[in-house]
Design a protein around this ligand. Structure first.
Ligand code: GTP
Ligand code: ZN
Length: 204
Protein backbone atom coordinates (compact mmCIF):
# COMPACT_ATOMS: atom_id res chain seq x y z
CA UNK A 1 0.00 0.00 0.00
CA UNK A 2 1.23 3.47 -0.85
CA UNK A 3 0.45 6.46 1.39
CA UNK A 4 -2.59 8.51 0.32
CA UNK A 5 -2.27 11.94 -1.25
CA UNK A 6 -5.15 14.38 -1.69
CA UNK A 7 -6.15 16.86 -4.35
CA UNK A 8 -5.14 20.39 -3.36
CA UNK A 9 -6.32 22.62 -6.22
CA UNK A 10 -7.99 22.18 -9.60
CA UNK A 11 -7.82 24.98 -12.17
CA UNK A 12 -8.86 24.98 -15.81
CA UNK A 13 -6.17 26.13 -18.22
CA UNK A 14 -6.62 26.74 -21.95
CA UNK A 15 -3.63 25.36 -23.86
CA UNK A 16 -2.44 27.01 -27.08
CA UNK A 17 0.53 25.50 -28.88
CA UNK A 18 2.83 27.27 -31.32
CA UNK A 19 1.71 24.93 -34.13
CA UNK A 20 -1.91 25.96 -33.66
CA UNK A 21 -3.19 22.99 -31.62
CA UNK A 22 -5.39 24.00 -28.74
CA UNK A 23 -7.01 22.15 -25.88
CA UNK A 24 -8.39 22.69 -22.41
CA UNK A 25 -7.01 20.89 -19.38
CA UNK A 26 -7.76 20.89 -15.70
CA UNK A 27 -4.44 21.34 -13.90
CA UNK A 28 -4.41 19.55 -10.56
CA UNK A 29 -2.03 19.92 -7.61
CA UNK A 30 -1.72 17.62 -4.61
CA UNK A 31 -0.90 17.46 -0.92
CA UNK A 32 0.97 14.54 0.61
CA UNK A 33 3.06 13.35 -2.34
CA UNK A 34 5.70 10.92 -1.11
CA UNK A 35 8.77 12.68 -2.51
CA UNK A 36 7.61 16.24 -1.79
CA UNK A 37 7.85 17.19 -5.49
CA UNK A 38 5.54 19.76 -7.10
CA UNK A 39 4.18 17.29 -9.65
CA UNK A 40 1.17 18.22 -11.80
CA UNK A 41 -1.70 16.29 -13.32
CA UNK A 42 -3.33 17.66 -16.47
CA UNK A 43 -6.77 16.09 -16.79
CA UNK A 44 -8.43 16.00 -20.22
CA UNK A 45 -12.12 15.07 -20.44
CA UNK A 46 -13.82 12.65 -18.08
CA UNK A 47 -12.86 9.23 -19.39
CA UNK A 48 -14.04 5.86 -18.17
CA UNK A 49 -10.76 4.27 -19.23
CA UNK A 50 -8.12 6.99 -19.06
CA UNK A 51 -5.10 7.21 -21.31
CA UNK A 52 -2.22 8.16 -19.00
CA UNK A 53 1.27 9.45 -19.74
CA UNK A 54 3.89 9.84 -17.03
CA UNK A 55 6.23 12.44 -18.48
CA UNK A 56 9.47 13.18 -16.65
CA UNK A 57 10.46 16.83 -16.73
CA UNK A 58 13.07 17.83 -19.29
CA UNK A 59 13.56 21.59 -19.21
CA UNK A 60 15.90 21.62 -22.20
CA UNK A 61 13.62 19.49 -24.37
CA UNK A 62 10.17 20.53 -23.11
CA UNK A 63 10.77 24.28 -23.00
CA UNK A 64 13.75 25.14 -25.18
CA UNK A 65 13.28 22.63 -27.98
CA UNK A 66 16.56 20.75 -27.42
CA UNK A 67 17.00 18.06 -30.04
CA UNK A 68 19.39 15.98 -27.91
CA UNK A 69 16.44 13.95 -26.66
CA UNK A 70 12.87 13.12 -27.73
CA UNK A 71 11.11 14.73 -24.75
CA UNK A 72 9.63 17.79 -26.44
CA UNK A 73 7.95 15.92 -29.32
CA UNK A 74 6.81 13.15 -26.94
CA UNK A 75 5.17 15.71 -24.67
CA UNK A 76 3.42 17.40 -27.56
CA UNK A 77 2.26 14.02 -28.89
CA UNK A 78 1.00 12.99 -25.46
CA UNK A 79 -1.06 16.14 -25.00
CA UNK A 80 -2.86 15.62 -28.30
CA UNK A 81 -3.45 11.88 -27.86
CA UNK A 82 -4.74 12.30 -24.31
CA UNK A 83 -6.87 15.27 -25.31
CA UNK A 84 -8.51 13.15 -28.02
CA UNK A 85 -8.91 9.97 -25.94
CA UNK A 86 -9.54 11.50 -22.51
CA UNK A 87 -7.09 10.91 -19.74
CA UNK A 88 -4.32 12.33 -17.62
CA UNK A 89 -0.84 13.68 -18.28
CA UNK A 90 1.27 13.40 -15.15
CA UNK A 91 4.05 15.97 -15.43
CA UNK A 92 6.64 14.65 -13.02
CA UNK A 93 9.43 16.90 -11.75
CA UNK A 94 12.07 14.24 -12.33
CA UNK A 95 14.52 16.24 -14.42
CA UNK A 96 17.33 14.20 -15.93
CA UNK A 97 15.74 10.83 -15.04
CA UNK A 98 15.69 12.04 -11.44
CA UNK A 99 19.27 13.31 -11.07
CA UNK A 100 18.39 17.00 -11.54
CA UNK A 101 19.07 19.62 -14.18
CA UNK A 102 22.67 20.54 -13.37
CA UNK A 103 23.69 16.89 -13.11
CA UNK A 104 21.98 16.19 -16.45
CA UNK A 105 24.03 18.93 -18.06
CA UNK A 106 27.19 17.53 -16.41
CA UNK A 107 26.18 14.21 -17.99
CA UNK A 108 25.73 15.90 -21.38
CA UNK A 109 29.32 17.19 -21.14
CA UNK A 110 30.52 13.63 -20.48
CA UNK A 111 28.43 12.40 -23.43
CA UNK A 112 30.18 14.93 -25.64
CA UNK A 113 33.42 13.31 -24.48
CA UNK A 114 32.21 9.89 -25.64
CA UNK A 115 30.12 8.28 -22.89
CA UNK A 116 26.54 7.21 -23.56
CA UNK A 117 23.60 8.55 -21.56
CA UNK A 118 23.73 5.79 -18.91
CA UNK A 119 27.53 5.60 -18.59
CA UNK A 120 27.60 9.37 -18.05
CA UNK A 121 25.29 9.14 -15.01
CA UNK A 122 27.39 6.32 -13.55
CA UNK A 123 30.61 8.27 -14.11
CA UNK A 124 29.10 11.05 -12.01
CA UNK A 125 28.43 8.55 -9.19
CA UNK A 126 24.68 8.72 -9.87
CA UNK A 127 22.10 6.03 -10.72
CA UNK A 128 21.47 5.35 -14.42
CA UNK A 129 17.80 6.10 -13.70
CA UNK A 130 16.82 7.52 -10.29
CA UNK A 131 13.08 7.71 -10.91
CA UNK A 132 10.50 6.36 -8.48
CA UNK A 133 6.86 6.51 -9.55
CA UNK A 134 5.22 6.34 -6.10
CA UNK A 135 4.06 9.96 -6.38
CA UNK A 136 2.52 9.20 -9.78
CA UNK A 137 0.56 6.27 -8.31
CA UNK A 138 -0.57 8.53 -5.44
CA UNK A 139 -1.77 11.18 -7.90
CA UNK A 140 -3.82 8.64 -9.86
CA UNK A 141 -5.35 7.29 -6.65
CA UNK A 142 -6.21 10.83 -5.49
CA UNK A 143 -7.99 11.35 -8.83
CA UNK A 144 -9.96 8.15 -8.28
CA UNK A 145 -8.17 6.29 -11.07
CA UNK A 146 -7.25 2.65 -10.50
CA UNK A 147 -7.03 1.35 -14.10
CA UNK A 148 -5.15 3.01 -16.97
CA UNK A 149 -3.93 2.62 -20.50
CA UNK A 150 -0.31 3.74 -20.28
CA UNK A 151 1.46 5.66 -23.03
CA UNK A 152 5.12 4.64 -22.79
CA UNK A 153 7.95 2.60 -24.27
CA UNK A 154 9.59 2.15 -20.87
CA UNK A 155 8.91 -1.20 -19.16
CA UNK A 156 10.09 0.17 -15.80
CA UNK A 157 7.20 2.63 -15.74
CA UNK A 158 4.72 -0.21 -16.24
CA UNK A 159 6.40 -2.40 -13.63
CA UNK A 160 6.59 0.33 -11.01
CA UNK A 161 2.96 1.43 -11.47
CA UNK A 162 1.72 -2.16 -11.16
CA UNK A 163 3.84 -2.66 -8.03
CA UNK A 164 2.13 0.40 -6.58
CA UNK A 165 -1.39 -0.93 -7.11
CA UNK A 166 -2.37 0.58 -10.47
CA UNK A 167 -3.88 -1.74 -13.08
CA UNK A 168 -2.16 -1.12 -16.41
CA UNK A 169 -4.75 -2.54 -18.80
CA UNK A 170 -2.76 -1.75 -21.94
CA UNK A 171 0.61 -0.28 -22.81
CA UNK A 172 0.59 1.97 -25.86
CA UNK A 173 3.90 3.02 -27.43
CA UNK A 174 4.61 6.64 -28.24
CA UNK A 175 5.70 7.65 -31.70
CA UNK A 176 9.41 7.39 -32.50
CA UNK A 177 10.84 10.90 -32.66
CA UNK A 178 14.30 10.05 -33.95
CA UNK A 179 16.64 12.69 -35.36
CA UNK A 180 20.37 12.61 -36.13
CA UNK A 181 20.91 14.49 -32.84
CA UNK A 182 19.05 12.07 -30.55
CA UNK A 183 19.58 8.70 -32.24
CA UNK A 184 22.40 7.54 -29.93
CA UNK A 185 20.36 8.59 -26.89
CA UNK A 186 17.36 6.59 -28.12
CA UNK A 187 19.54 3.61 -29.06
CA UNK A 188 20.96 3.51 -25.51
CA UNK A 189 17.39 3.41 -24.12
CA UNK A 190 16.73 0.28 -26.17
CA UNK A 191 20.01 -1.40 -25.18
CA UNK A 192 20.02 -0.56 -21.45
CA UNK A 193 16.39 -0.37 -20.39
CA UNK A 194 14.63 -2.32 -23.13
CA UNK A 195 12.51 0.57 -24.35
CA UNK A 196 10.22 -0.62 -27.13
CA UNK A 197 11.43 1.67 -29.92
CA UNK A 198 11.86 0.65 -33.55
CA UNK A 199 14.82 2.81 -34.57
CA UNK A 200 16.52 3.42 -37.87
CA UNK A 201 19.99 1.82 -38.14
CA UNK A 202 22.78 3.60 -36.29
CA UNK A 203 25.72 4.39 -38.54
CA UNK A 204 29.17 3.51 -37.13
N1 GTP B 1 20.43 11.73 -16.97
C1 GTP B 1 19.98 12.03 -18.19
N2 GTP B 1 18.67 12.30 -18.34
C2 GTP B 1 18.24 12.58 -19.59
C3 GTP B 1 19.07 12.61 -20.71
N3 GTP B 1 18.34 12.94 -21.80
C4 GTP B 1 17.07 13.10 -21.35
N4 GTP B 1 17.00 12.88 -20.01
C5 GTP B 1 15.85 12.86 -19.13
O1 GTP B 1 15.17 11.67 -19.37
C6 GTP B 1 13.81 11.83 -18.99
C7 GTP B 1 12.96 11.27 -20.13
O2 GTP B 1 11.73 11.08 -19.65
P1 GTP B 1 10.55 10.24 -20.31
O3 GTP B 1 10.47 10.54 -21.77
O4 GTP B 1 9.35 10.48 -19.44
O5 GTP B 1 10.93 8.75 -20.05
P2 GTP B 1 11.47 7.52 -20.77
O6 GTP B 1 12.23 6.73 -19.76
O7 GTP B 1 12.22 7.90 -22.01
O8 GTP B 1 10.21 6.66 -21.13
P3 GTP B 1 9.09 6.79 -22.24
O9 GTP B 1 9.31 8.10 -22.95
O10 GTP B 1 7.82 6.74 -21.45
O11 GTP B 1 9.23 5.62 -23.10
C8 GTP B 1 13.62 13.32 -18.68
O12 GTP B 1 13.64 13.51 -17.27
C9 GTP B 1 14.85 13.96 -19.30
O13 GTP B 1 15.27 15.13 -18.63
C10 GTP B 1 20.45 12.31 -20.52
O14 GTP B 1 21.24 12.27 -21.44
N5 GTP B 1 20.86 12.03 -19.23
ZN1 ZN C 1 14.75 15.45 -22.81
Amino acid sequence: MIPAATVRTRVRVPLRFADGYSASAEVVTFDGLADGGEHLALVFGDPVRPLVRMHSECLTGDVFGSARCDCGPQLREAVERIDRAGGVLLYLRQEGRGIGLYAKLDAYALQDAGLDTYQANTALGLPEDARDYTAAAQMLAALGITKVDLLTNNPDKVRQLRDRGVTVAATLPTGVHATPDNLRYLDAKVRYTRHTLALPELAG
